[in-house]
Design a protein around this ligand. Sequence first.
Ligand code: ZN
Length: 421
Amino acid sequence: MQYKKLEVFIVLFCTSFLVNAQKLELPVWQEGFLDIHHIHTGRGDAAFVVMPDGTTMLIDAGDMSETHARTHSPRNAKLMPNASKTAPQWIVDYIQQFAPNQQKTKLDYALITHYHDDHFGEVDTLRTIAKGGYQLTGITEVGTMLSIKKMIDRGYTDPIDLKDSSIQSLDRYAKDKYQLIPTLKEYWKFIEHQEKKGMKHETLNVGEKKQIVLTRKPDSYPDFSIQNIASNGVIWTGVQNKTYRLFAKGSFPNENALSNCIRIDYGPFNYFTGGDISGIDGLGQMDLDAVESHVAPVIGAVDVATLNHHGNRDSQNPYYVRTLRPRVWIQQNWTADHPGEEVLRRITSKALYPGERDLFSTVMLRGAKEVIGGQLDQYKSQKGHVVVRVAKGGSHYKIYVLNDASETREVLSEFGPYISR
Ligand SMILES: [Zn+2]
């Protein structure tokens, strides 16, 4: 009898070991780690940051209307892992899996880079109305399911007043297929409703590094900070918190150029993310007046950078690439025209900067594979959530790719450790 029990135990032990070996989970976050999860829903950007003391932040919550033919065309990624939840519901599901204990039902910060569907949501007749009277999409749905302590965006007055009805009625907004103004109106209702429940709402304060801070044990991690680099074309000079302005008040640059940009610093480790800023002009030339060219010198060299504008052909100009020279590029992708082939050439060019670099994309659509072909083999991974895990103190980091097709999100591959520079 005793012998039988031992046998059963051995069989069970070995089976569970095999199961664990096949489905390796991301090691649990521990205090001191900086985790940056690039979540792939197929509907745009969402990056979940767990800071060294457990303070959390979501950067963007993309959600495109399911009513557009484009959303379901081969040009676009599929809703991942499946269509049983909306993109923001999957973002919340993801956060609840990986947030530290006590942090699973709230976010300390949410940062919206700019007001496009693939970054903050889009109104859609299929979606429901929340108790607060606003429609659930993108950030309004995430912020209804999780309580957000501080919501940060680019505001609405700079360089033009988006609440002004004469501006709203201009063709560029009135005829906008992707419904920026109707979505913003829902977002403003969301803000108003959540403010009554205690949410704070601020615009990104450029030049500041004390707006997004550790809220639990700031004194334990003095080497951690988040530097605000740009917003609305207002650029940090690199000196104290002084700034300068690219776009005159009342002018109409495109929404992408107004993106919020931040750098996350932890000891020697640096990470940059800048929404959909660009650096190449309409004729395909490097644009020294573009936001990328202005932010590059104040960002400086970094360890990890996300591709601006998902790797669109108008982004990652030579001067920007040469200045940031990241060891790791992360592409938050959702469409077949990303990356632009020229972008891939620039970010892998050793003429622009020396040394190795690793590329990761959350997805690669068939169209891109057919057009670009074998050059895409330079990516270490073309599918899955991309997690940057920085060790305590920031001295080194690893990249984990998690399965985006499964609801349990097991580790598909692991890279590094990389030494922070
Ligand atoms: Zn975008």
